[in-house]
Design a protein around this ligand. Structure first.
Ligand SMILES: *[C@@H]1O[C@H](CO)[C@@H](O)[C@H](O)[C@H]1NC(C)=O
Ligand SMILES: *[C@@H]1O[C@H](CO)[C@@H](O)[C@H](O)[C@H]1NC(C)=O
Ligand SMILES: *[C@@H]1O[C@H](CO)[C@@H](O)[C@H](O)[C@H]1NC(C)=O
Length: 268
């Protein structure tokens, strides 16, 4: 009798703690990538008042970089990257893995403004497409100016040789993907080892690709596609706690936005 009562209490306690745990997971994310789910991308704009741009915005990201609509220009010049080694942390945010440079990892200068490197995170498969072509992974390097303007550099990857940056932080990624919402101090990381081509890049004005989908984000998508292994993509994907097995927002309407491809006269 006592045994039965005891196991009853035990199992209801177990049920309670399981429930509390799943609630916690829900609250932490607030949104997910399940196409037909209540919290999926088509509903982001309805989930919270401050996320309304996700639905009604006219400058949303990601987009397809359509060759016939891309204007080739040369006046922007090469990307001005001034990154520096700096203390970094890694965090599993439930919808992605994020590396944050605690005091900023240097800056990039665009259009006469300095944008400080804040963090980088990964989406798989890629969010942006080029002429309808999808890639296996996309890194987003998020920068912010002193007056709060956001500028994101996107790097596209397809399956092939290992990515050096991800190789160097492999062990930290493994630990972070098994933890929950905890910041793990990684130490000094040099953002320069992300190695992106700086001569050819797409430029357009869009938004953050996760809620609150804030607009007026200056986007730079590096033209040169890099490589990553399937294992590296999988390791990053462990962070995504839903069944969709993706953390890529679907393509958004371009409306009448312009897209440019910067290509210096001496490149290629
Ligand atoms: C790096 O940042 C973490 C988190 O803010 C901090 O605890 C740690 O002391 C920092 N380490 C260095 C070397 O600055
Ligand atoms: C670049 O800077 C000029 C002058 O400050 C500004 O008018 C323009 O809107 C900026 N362009 C972008 C894409 O931010
Ligand atoms: C088209 O562009 C103009 C300015 O160039 C802007 O005022 C208008 O809102 C845009 N329309 C749409 C549907 O994006």
């Amino acid at each position: 009798m006592g045994k039965i009562l005891c196991s009853l209490i035990f199992s209801s306690l177990l049920l309670f703690s399981l429930k509390a745990r799943s609630q916690e997971v829900e609250d932490e994310r607030g949104f997910d990538y399940e196409r037909d789910g209540e919290k999926g991308p088509v509903h982001w704009g309805e989930l919270r008042a401050e996320w309304h741009k996700c639905k009604g915005g006219l400058m949303q990201s990601p987009i397809d970089l359509l060759h016939e609509r891309v204007e080739v220009i040369s006046h922007l010049g090469d990307l001005q990257i001034n990154y520096k080694s700096s203390n970094a942390t890694l965090k599993n945010r439930g919808h992605d893995m994020m590396m944050k440079w605690v005091d900023g990892g240097g800056y990039t200068e665009m259009n006469g403004t300095q944008y400080k490197l804040k963090q980088c995170h990964w989406h798989s498969p890629s969010e942006h497409t080029i002429d309808g072509k999808n890639f296996d992974l996309e890194a987003h390097l998020v920068h912010e100016s002193s007056n709060g303007m956001v500028s994101v550099i996107g790097i596209l990857y397809q399956i092939g040789e290992p990515d050096y940056f991800l190789s160097t932080i492999k062990e930290d990624l493994e630990v972070a993907s098994n933890t929950h919402e905890e910041e793990r101090v990684v130490g000094i990381i040099d953002p320069n080892i992300l190695k992106m081509g700086s001569k050819q890049y797409y430029r357009y004005i869009g938004s953050l690709t996760v809620p609150p989908c804030t607009e007026d984000v200056m986007w730079t998508i590096i033209h040169q596609v890099r490589t990553v292994t399937e294992e590296q993509v999988k390791l990053l994907r462990v962070a995504v706690h839903d069944d969709s097995n993706s953390n890529a927002r679907p393509l958004q309407p371009i409306y009448n936005r312009t897209m440019q491809l910067q290509r210096s006269k001496d490149s290629e």
